[in-house]
Design a protein around this ligand. Structure first.
Ligand SMILES: O=C(CO)[C@H](O)[C@H](O)COP(=O)(O)O
Ligand SMILES: [Fe+2]
Length: 213
């Protein structure tokens, strides 16, 4: 069954706990937390304190997507805050292998994120250290953008590359009930959706539609 991870970027910040409870009862599997530093991406938002507060109010898997330069500087903070998964951009660190080892040293699941234009070969020699690979299907920084169609071919290539491993493939950006079935067919196992779920008049129905085979 596809894992659905609503992105809190589209949540009501002043009522974050209420939105988390609503997502729990609506069938969300994970919570996706976007962290932006205003340098790697042109936007700023949550830090480790938000993850720490979320950890106190939910048992859902906390999936932290770090859109920050040199993410190795903040791995300890996010691990101690209670993250279950931490994904770092291959484009943001000079030392991807070392950064993945650092995440795993805290017994937290580790993932790599690839921007739309980044070649999947950058993960080829770190597969043994990966629990997840996240393909961005928009350029990171903002919610509500349009899905980039080239993601399908990239996903197919990545699925072939990691065949025989237990690595999850996550897709993030512009995901909705129209593109979800094709993404799952081509190998996506975790779908992130912000606007589609949180702006839907019935988030429970939105999650069900994303899970539909
Ligand atoms: O990482 C992200 C943006 O950089 C978000 O997770 C993503 O954009 C989700 O929002 P939406 O589903 O509205 O596209
Ligand atoms: Fe994200």
């Amino acid at each position: 069954m596809t894992i659905i991870a609503p992105s809190l970027l589209a949540a009501d910040i002043l009522n974050l706990e209420a939105d988390v409870k609503m997502l729990e009862t609506s069938g969300a599997d994970w919570l996706h937390i976007d962290v932006m530093d205003g340098a790697f991406v042109p936007n700023i938002n949550f830090g480790p304190g938000v993850v720490e507060s979320l950890r106190k109010v939910t048992n859902l898997t906390l999936d932290v997507h770090l859109m920050i330069e040199k993410p190795e500087r903040y791995i300890e903070d996010f691990c101690k805050a209670g993250a279950d998964y931490i994904t770092v951009h291959a484009e943001a660190t000079n030392h991807l292998d070392r950064t993945l080892q650092l995440i795993k040293s805290y017994d937290v699941k580790a993932g790599v994120v690839l921007n739309p234009a980044t070649d999947i070969n950058v993960v080829r020699y770190v597969l043994d250290k990966l629990d997840m690979i996240l393909l961005m299907s928009v350029n990171p920084g903002f919610g509500g953008q349009q899905f980039i169609e080239a993601t399908y071919q990239k996903l197919e290539d990545l699925t072939n590359m990691i065949k025989g491993t237990n690595i999850k493939i996550q897709v993030d950006g512009g995901v909705n009930s129209d593109n979800a079935p094709k993404l799952v067919r081509k190998g996506a196992t975790v779908l992130v959706a912000g606007s589609y779920i949180l702006k839907h008049q019935n988030p429970k129905e939105a999650i069900q539609l994303l899970k539909r085979p």
